[in-house]
Design a protein around this ligand. Structure first.
Ligand SMILES: [Zn+2]
Length: 559
């Protein structure tokens, strides 16, 4: 039986550009590491065998260059990534510590090439959207939202999303970033924390969970105040509850902010049964977010992200690729090179389990109302005069010391190459086959079925010492940081805030007692400072949001 693709009725036809580089599956984070780039190839195998290549253009992007990466990342960090290898890593001990490379973010063969492929897809996707060559661009190798300016984090080294958004900002006054990964989209939020040209909206598990940021009260600072929105969630989130908060928040964001383009991070570790995640969202519940965002008919860049139960990651992203292309994939998995992974039922759906949803109706309503209230403070869509658009080239964040240049000229003249369509697959000749061969996953590893278990996620711990796990770059983080693979306490760490903070940031005297949260945790100086900055902008009265669970977490009481 031919695999089904059922056209979705009433859908506006979209031009979809899909980026895939077959090299991506050949990279390995190391034995036992939950991040497996092979999942991208598994997804691609479903995409091809369902016949989706008939519905969209498939590209292999030009790998991002070092110069392109330094649009966001620091020169020294990118240089380090380009030089470090498993062979020479012992001569970079100090740098590994400085850039947080080693544990969650290991050095592996071809690391820089992997980053280049991931970033290249998102940048080229953004470029094609901006030039109106497509309506939706998809890069499942992207979505690495934890990477910081000078630091790897949570399996992410180069932040392809920030680079893609910077590309979109060359053409669009306002870009909306939505993150449905189970983890907070900290790297992207931090990059644009002080600007109103990017609104970041992240829905994520918060409390005792990596990366520890993304609190309800984190809303941006300076010109960016109210342009970062966070929706903290608890374990066991169901489809119904997800929909009940996602849709009204995103609808209001679209109306209020009116973005010129949207970037949707589709991390699938928010699916039920993920090895590191803790939500109970089904494939259809996850895909509902894609459907809903797509319905606003804005130029849309869809990127990947987390997702550690490979067969479910590939199912979900294949299904969402179909939705982008206007078709609903049939429930029978077609024959493909990974077919045995989809047994015993060989069905496309990822179902929810009977896990209890710790997000009560009351909790969700209260958080939703606070988020919508933050949104009202923006006072509508900010405008940037186009004539001055590129003269506002530098957004400096005194908290993070981030300084991002919005490019005045095309990032890479090559992107304007009129022959760019030559990148259409099959382009396998374009890249030396030896790369494919040398990095192709050993057959043995693919049958490593213990990596695919659904019951072992709590056993998948980082081996890193929680007390020393914080990146050591200039003492920017605090002692309680833990790795993404750990389930240890992380809440209250606060964002990766740099010190010292200029006093100008805290312009008014905050009610400190109201803002000091997480009293059970060691309150680092900079967290308090950040609290002050936020307090100056927070006007609502004390309104506790009681978590629907018995643990003592005061982290959602707001002032
Ligand atoms: Zn994640």
């Amino acid at each position: 039986m031919a695999p089904e693709m059922i056209p979705i009725e009433g859908e506006q036809k979209k031009r979809v550009c899909y980026f895939f580089d077959s090299d991506v599956s050949g990279f390995h984070y190391g034995p036992g590491h939950p991040m497996k780039p092979t999942r991208i190839r598994m997804c691609h195998s479903l995409v091809m065998n369902y016949g989706l290549y008939k519905k969209m253009e498939i590209f292999r992007a030009k790998p991002a260059t070092k110069r392109e990466m330094t649009q966001f990342h620091s020169d020294d960090y990118v240089d380090f990534l380009s030089r470090i290898t498993p062979v020479n890593m012992n001569s970079f001990i100090k740098e590994q510590h400085k850039y947080n490379v080693g544990d969650d973010c290991p050095v592996f063969d071809g690391l820089f090439d992997y980053c280049s492929i991931s970033a290249g897809g998102s940048m080229e996707g953004a470029a094609r959207l901006s030039r109106d060559k497509c309506d939706i661009a998809i890069n499942w190798a992207g979505g690495l939202h934890h990477a910081k300016k000078s630091e790897a984090s949570g399996f992410c080294y180069v932040n392809d999303i920030v680079l893609g958004i910077l590309e979109l900002l060359r053409y669009h006054t306002r870009v909306l970033y939505i993150d449905i990964d189970v983890h907070h989209g900290d790297g992207v939020e931090e990059a644009f924390y002080t600007t109103d040209r990017v609104m970041t909206v992240s829905f994520h598990k918060y409390g005792e969970f990596f990366p520890g940021t993304g609190e309800l009260r984190d809303i941006g600072i300076g010109k960016g105040k109210y342009y970062a929105l966070n929706f903290p969630l608890r374990d066991g989130l169901s489809d119904e509850n997800y929909k009940s908060v996602f849709e009204p928040v995103i609808k209001q964001v679209m109306e209020t902010y009116d973005p010129g383009a949207v970037v949707l991070q589709c991390g699938t570790d928010s699916l039920s049964g993920d090895k590191l995640g803790c939500f109970n969202v089904s494939m259809r519940g996850h895909a509902n977010c894609v459907k809903f965002v797509k319905s606003f008919n804005k130029p849309l860049l869809m990127v990947g992200g987390g997702g550690y139960t490979m067969r479910n990651v590939s199912r979900c992203w294949a299904y969402e690729t179909g939705l982008a292309a206007g078709v609903e994939l049939g429930s029978e998995i077609p024959i493909n090179e990974y077919y045995e992974y989809f047994g015993p039922d060989y069905q496309l759906d990822v179902k929810s389990s009977n896990m209890e949803d710790m997000n009560s109706r009351g909790y969700l309503d209260r958080v939703k109302n606070i988020v919508l209230d933050h949104l009202r403070h923006t006072g509508g869509a900010p405008s940037v005069q186009m004539s001055g658009m590129f003269s506002q080239t530098n957004t400096y964040c005194p908290l993070t010391h981030y300084s991002i240049d919005i490019p005045r000229a095309p990032i890479d003249a090559q992107m304007d190459d009129p022959n760019a369509d030559e990148d259409l697959i099959p382009p396998d000749e374009r890249r030396p086959q030896r790369l494919l061969d040398s990095r192709r996953q050993a057959d043995g590893e693919m049958s490593d079925s213990d990596d695919e278990g659904e019951d072992d996620r709590r056993d998948s711990r980082s081996h890193r010492d929680p007390d020393s796990a914080g990146p050591a770059s200039g003492g920017r983080r605090f002692g309680t940081a833990v790795g993404i693979m750990s389930t240890g306490s992380t809440h209250g760490i606060g964002p990766t805030v740099a010190l010292p903070v200029p006093t100008a940031v805290a312009t008014t005297t905050p009610a400190e007692s109201d803002m000091d949260i997480d009293d059970d945790e060691e309150a680092p100086l900079s967290q308090t400072v950040r609290g002050k900055a936020k307090a100056s902008s927070t006007t609502n009265d004390s309104m506790p949001v009681d978590p629907p669970q018995t643990q003592t977490d005061t982290d959602v009481s707001v002032s």
